[in-house]
Design a protein around this ligand. Sequence first.
Ligand SMILES: Cc1cc2nc3c(=O)[nH]c(=O)nc-3n(C[C@H](O)[C@H](O)[C@H](O)COP(=O)(O)OP(=O)(O)OC[C@H]3O[C@@H](n4cnc5c(N)ncnc54)[C@H](O)[C@@H]3O)c2cc1C
Ligand SMILES: *[C@@H]1O[C@H](CO)[C@@H](O)[C@H](O)[C@H]1NC(C)=O
Ligand SMILES: *[C@@H]1O[C@H](CO)[C@@H](O)[C@H](O)[C@H]1NC(C)=O
Ligand SMILES: *[C@@H]1O[C@H](CO)[C@@H](O)[C@H](O)[C@H]1NC(C)=O
Length: 552
Amino acid sequence: MTNKSSCLVSAIFSVLLVQLLFSPSSSLQPLAFDDSSVYETFLQCLESYLSPHDQISNLVFTSTNSSYTSVLQAYKRNARFNSDLKPLIIVTPTSIPHVQYAVLCTRRIGYRLRIRSGGHDFEGLSYVSDSPFFLIDMSNLRSIEVNIETNSAWVQSGAILGEVYYAIWEKSKVHGFPAGVCPTVAVGGHFSGGGYGNMMRKFGLSVDHIVDAQIVDANGDLLDRKSMGEGLFWAIRGGGGASFGIVISYKIELVEVPETVTVFQVESNPDEGLADFVYRWQVVAPTTSNDLFMRLHFSHPITTQLEQGSNGTASFQVSIQALYLGKADDVVSLLSKDFPELGLKRQDCTEMSWIESVLWYASLNYRSSPKVLLDRKVVRSPNDTNSAKRKSDFVVNPVSREGLGDILKRVAGQLQFSMAFSPHGGEMSEIPASSSPFPHRAGNLYKIEYVGNWNEAGEKAERAVMTQLRRMYSFMAPLVSKNPRRAYLNYRDLDIGKMSHGKGYRSYEEGKVYGMKYFHGNFDRLVKVKTEVDPANFFRDEQSIPTLPMKL
Ligand SMILES: Cc1cc2nc3c(=O)[nH]c(=O)nc-3n(C[C@H](O)[C@H](O)[C@H](O)COP(=O)(O)OP(=O)(O)OC[C@H]3O[C@@H](n4cnc5c(N)ncnc54)[C@H](O)[C@@H]3O)c2cc1C
Ligand SMILES: *[C@@H]1O[C@H](CO)[C@@H](O)[C@H](O)[C@H]1NC(C)=O
Ligand SMILES: *[C@@H]1O[C@H](CO)[C@@H](O)[C@H](O)[C@H]1NC(C)=O
Ligand SMILES: *[C@@H]1O[C@H](CO)[C@@H](O)[C@H](O)[C@H]1NC(C)=O
């Protein structure tokens, strides 16, 4: 057994004891300041709350501090937003009361507050704003407390998924948790926005296994499930945390995983007709055994293309990357019946432990120590030099062979972007669409992820990828969900809200444009909860849940 990493072990028991020492209503009136005194005023406000052993210099950063830039960039996982307006102040709380004080002092000054846990937001909403703002960075609040006896764990929002998986593995080799495949994505954004991964056909989403939570609301109050009530508890399991408050932690229920799981990655044979292959995948992947998750990738190995001087079509590939919660022989025999065209052989499969499959799926060396999951700069995770844009769709009716052929032709002709199809079905179809704000349940065959990744700086490179992505998205309109066309919140996409960065406040009607796409029949309930818990709309961004106008 390896040593425990110190960032994982601190307990979080005493937090419910914290009470604020004053009446919030009297201190929430915004005061008028000129910009130069904002920092001073904020510090004074914080200092009035802090205890003598709090080190304010490790808690508050402004642009004059030498570590301001490194603190800001550390969890910026997208280079698209490097030149946007930066926060006047960054707060890096190391305890829950710090979070409460930050809310109260920010509100008192009348600034916006952006909340960042892992910084993976695809539109940078956790660290970008066009009006003056402060940033609260939750990365120090990352304790994980696993209790195998009760099959549960308390995880703080600054913890990354790799740390969560590792902490579970340390305690048990037959427990796991259904969440995303990128180890550096953090709990705060991922769980509050849904959280899907390669066990979703067996167990559903992360939000389907959350049993309690702690949040700091717009009054600076610390609430748990009981004190926040079922409405707010429902909302922060898929409705996005940033509209409602600052999530401190979630209590999750672990799931049982077999001692041996099987993975395989197989490329389609280009001679066999890609469209037929994808068509068969579309029939099988959403309907086969719940133990099997087969994700479909379209890919261009770019170096090969350049070397061969081809136009991209020759080396274009469709591949399946799969996790089976069982033995290799069983998945081979399952697919020889369900999907003979795949031609899966025993030697294509690798049996391993569940934690090894986490590494494998993240393209890490699965033979290396799982300790690599504690590395917050883990290989292949994006940083502030990589640019990315995502869009999403849900497919509800099977796409015809001809339609799939057209999709393939289009993707093959574009080198700058790709697509991935993640099958639904299984447990995803059993969970009612209203049980959490995530509405894309029964009736959805698979989710499409439009993937744009690039490393060249500058607007020209960005425009090229954006154009390709948006053209493909338009082309897809007749083939995917309609009225309205649906989207996945965690693949945040400002295009679907008809407004880009800025423009601040959203009316109910404006919010409905993206809100119906992300949440469909759950949107109005989210608005109701939002209006109850944050009527002044303190927690808001370009795609937050709007409030209803106050009744007079
Ligand atoms: C490389 C990569 C791989 C991904 N893989 C998957 C995947 O497999 N499955 C999947 O479902 N998604 C995936 N995603 C999407 C990911 O789930 C979302 O981007 C998620 O919101 C990121 O959470 P974060 O805390 O890292 O990001 P952040 O940018 O810190 O936060 C995202 C949003 O949540 C808010 N937020 C963050 N913390 C809190 C908090 N404590 N309280 C309230 N609000 C908060 C932010 O304000 C922002 O609006 C991936 C993203 C990337 C970049
Ligand atoms: C940060 O800057 C402020 C104001 O310039 C200064 O008072 C404070 O000591 C600095 N903190 C650190 C850690 O440098
Ligand atoms: C690209 O490759 C495909 C398949 O090899 C071929 O049919 C097509 O004519 C090529 N296009 C160009 C512009 O070379
Ligand atoms: C960022 O990622 C690139 C690979 O895309 C890598 O070369 C670079 O070293 C990374 N930078 C940091 C600071 O980790």
